[in-house]
Write a protein that binds this ligand. Structure first.
Ligand code: ATP
Ligand code: MG
Length: 296
């Protein structure tokens, strides 16, 4: 096992996020490459610390081929003379980077590849939801691809565990709200008794699938500003969220089930795992994803 960070060499920066930096690192004794996510606590509000600790709790528990694997958690791995505290997650390295990066190079993916992405995310959500974990931040930058073309869910910074958690104490959302469901944006739609939040992850997947097909964030027009008011109107009230006519009946129906505004009648993970859009491309999706991963 790996018990400290002394044998790791930083090779490059893979990404920056809310309160953290992700490095590409090499474990010298074995020459194995990992990703190291470092969250620094310098004068950070308590909220950030709370987020980090819930991420630790979740990463320690999850073990699925559809969720980015965590090989270890280190407290104060880099805190030295400066006294700044940190927490580090040693993660499986995903060579292809995020779906966000992929979409920048290939804004419109084949339905085949999108179907593979949808299936992987649904499998990951199925696993997480069975562990009573709501991801809460499904978006392209949190879906990572490896050299084999496998897609996995990453970033548990805002996720939460349902069981035994007081909803009032949950870390509040800090990133973009663009992929958030109507019931999270508008608390009046949220029925705290019956809604557990799982349906929100399905909504976010629907936005991602549509984005992969149309080539831009799909809920507002490319020329519109993605500010809070435009986003909120688009998510909660706008009537039309139509897919282009070139879209197959299967992907249209899949997106409609995910983007059902009323979470009570939205498609469930179980239903969508056997949706024709997912089953139709079962055989060929992996090959398409492998192609995209290899031309990154
Ligand atoms: P944000 O708040 O923007 O979502 P974050 O601080 O929560 O970011 P992550 O989402 O975990 O951090 O990672 C930020 C970026 O770093 C990712 O979008 C991805 O580009 C890169 N990255 C993270 N983990 C890995 C990994 N295991 N392998 C390769 N790249 C990674
Ligand atoms: Mg992220």
């Amino acid at each position: 096992g790996i018990d400290n960070l002394a044998n790791f060499e930083k090779l490059a920066v893979l990404g920056h996020g809310n309160g953290g930096t992700v490095y590409k690192v090499c474990h010298r004794p074995t020459n194995v490459i990992y990703a190291l996510k470092v969250l620094r606590f310098m004068e950070e509000p308590e909220m950030v610390q709370q987020r980090a600790f819930s991420e630790v709790e979740i990463l320690r528990r999850v073990d699925s081929g559809f969720v980015v694997m965590c090989h270890g958690v280190f407290e104060n791995g880099f805190s030295g003379a400066d006294g700044i505290e940190d927490i580090c997650f040693l993660l499986e390295y995903m060579e292809g980077g995020s779906l966000h990066d992929l979409l920048r190079k290939h804004p419109m993916l084949s339905e085949n590849a999108i179907s593979g992405i949808a299936r992987s995310v649904l499998e990951g959500l199925h696993y997480l939801h069975s562990m009573q974990i709501v991801h809460s931040d499904i978006k392209p930058s949190n879906l990572l691809i490896n050299r084999k073309g496998e897609v996995k869910i990453a970033d548990f910074g805002v996720s939460r565990c349902i069981a035994g958690v007081d909803k009032e104490q949950c870390p509040s959302y800090m990133g973009t709200c663009a992929y958030m469901s109507p019931e999270r944006i508008d608390p009046d739609r949220w029925d705290g008794v019956h809604s557990d939040g799982f349906a929100g992850d399905v909504w976010s997947l629907g936005v991602v699938v549509m984005e992969c097909f149309v080539g831009h964030f799909p809920l507002i027009k490319p020329e519109e500003k993605p500010d809070w008011i435009n986003l909120m109107c688009a998510i909660c009230f706008e009537e039309k969220r139509e897919m282009p006519e070139t879209a197959s009946a299967e992907i249209q129906s899949f997106v409609m089930r995910c983007l059902q505004r009323d979470w009570k009648i939205r498609g469930t993970v179980e239903e969508l795992l056997v949706h024709p859009f997912v089953t139709k491309f079962e055989e060929s999706a992996a090959e398409h994803l492998f192609y995209y991963a290899s031309v990154m």
